[in-house]
Ligand binder design. Structure first.
Ligand SMILES: Cc1cc2nc3c(=O)[nH]c(=O)nc-3n(C[C@H](O)[C@H](O)[C@H](O)COP(=O)(O)O)c2cc1C
Ligand SMILES: CCCCC(=O)C(=O)O
Length: 387
């Protein structure tokens, strides 16, 4: 029995112990519990997706269509879930997806998440739209592995400044999110007239940046806050980017780069041809193109197109350890968990996030072993059957 599955025994022996009683072992209950804890606005922002939320539902339905076919008598006594992705070692192939504005879920926000992730050895991917600066989060995470997620702004000098700051603060890989140069039509937020950024939440990396400050006439204070928010709106995203612009990224970032938001095999191929080190198969949790295909349905085609020439990561719809087994079997090297850890944050701060991460790791290991595997790389399409 490994340290990860030992968590299961610990719970049997001591109950959920130091964490709040409302933290469930069934992680699919997190959303309902978080709804009771959060303001309607914060909950709507986390749980909401684009349009009629058909793609958000499709993300989950796709997992349901695949079933694991367990194999017996294969000596699974010694399990090893560890992985190395884009030069980062991790105890299980799980990263914490970039999620902006975490202070709306808990006052400790990204700092609590960085501490929880570091205590499990799992990498965070810090959002440009975080509610704490990348330097503050790096300090909170200490020796924990960290990647930086870039929202590529219109101002190229600002983009370069973000990359230089991330490098200096010890972020080792770059994730560039391509699917959100502007926010989609999100009815829950529209109906509540809620956009945290307009209230100066999620702008910490911008307001603290010397290039941004120069553009708004100095450090951001009460006097120029409105100007700063408007400048954020004007520069946040860049809809005119093309594949040719990736050369610019390479010039300014010497570590690994992964493109997030890839759904089409041809785009995956272009990423490889452009010298990218990884792709993240993601539809942003259904928050951008409503009516888009389920991210899990995009995964096998993307994995085939990449053909082992770059890392393939996956997100959008991961809720349990068994979901992770399915994504790994369909071609992902690692997954990014997103909404579940935000709900853990809402319910229990740092301890809540740690709880979610430990449950996911334990459930992944147990599902892997009980279905006849010792390591994630033993999983493949033959592990699954379409139901
Ligand atoms: C509240 C919230 C904020 C998010 N912020 C970001 C962000 O700042 N950058 C980014 O690349 N993705 C962001 N995402 C998308 C996640 O990284 C991830 O792709 C998505 O949530 C996966 O779907 P799932 O949570 O349903 O599994 C956000 C998602 C949520 C729910
Ligand atoms: C301005 C967008 C940042 C947050 C984000 O990506 C999301 O809410 O999905």
């Amino acid at each position: 029995m490994s340290a990860l599955a030992d968590f299961q025994n610990e719970i049997y022996l001591k109950g959920l112990g130091d964490v709040r009683p409302e933290l469930p072992a069934d992680l699919t209950r997190l959303e309902g519990l978080a709804e009771r804890r959060l303001s309607a606005q914060a909950f709507g922002y986390a749980a909401g997706s684009a349009g009629a939320e058909a793609t958000a539902r499709a993300n989950r339905a796709a997992f349901d269509r695949w079933r694991i076919v367990p194999r017996m008598l294969r000596d699974v006594a010694h399990r090893d879930l560890s992985a190395e992705v884009l030069g980062t070692a991790m105890p299980a192939p799980i990263l914490l997806a970039p999620i902006g504005v975490q202070s709306i879920f808990h006052p400790d926000g990204e700092l609590a998440v960085a501490r929880a992730a570091a205590s499990c050895g799992l990498p965070i991917v810090l959002s440009t739209a975080a509610s704490a600066t990348m330097e503050e989060v790096a300090e909170a995470g200490g020796e924990g592995p960290r990647w930086y997620q870039l929202y590529w702004p219109k101002d190229r000098d600002l983009a370069v400044s973000f990359l230089e700051r991330a490098k200096a603060a010890g972020y080792t890989a770059l994730v560039v999110t391509l699917d959100t140069f502007t926010l989609a039509w999100r009815p829950r937020d529209l109906e509540q007239a809620y956009l945290p950024f307009l209230r100066g939440i999620g702008t910490a990396n911008y307001f603290s940046d010397p290039v941004f400050q120069k553009a708004v006439g100095g450090p951001v204070t009460d006097a120029n806050r409105d100007t700063a928010v408007l400048h954020w709106v004007a520069t946040f995203g860049n809809p005119s980017l093309t594949w040719d612009d990736l050369v610019f990224l390479r010039e300014h970032w010497d570590g690994p780069i992964a493109l997030k938001g890839i759904q089409h095999p041809d785009d995956a191929r272009r990423a490889v041809d452009a010298g990218m080190d990884g792709v993240i198969v993601s539809n942003h949790g259904g928050r951008q193109v409503d009516g888009a295909i389920a991210s899990l349905d995009a995964l096998p085609g993307v994995a085939a197109a990449v053909g082992g020439q770059a890392a393939v990561l996956f997100d959008s719809g991961i809720r349990t350890g068994s979901d992770i087994v399915k994504a790994l079997a369909l071609g992902a090297e690692a997954v990014l968990v997103a909404r579940p850890y935000v709900y853990g944050l809402a319910l229990g701060g740092e301890a809540g996030v740690r709880h979610v991460l430990r449950c996911l790791q334990a459930e992944l290991e147990l599902t892997l072993a009980l279905s006849g595997h010792r390591r994630p790389d033993e999983l493949g399409p033959e592990t699954l059957q379409r139901s």
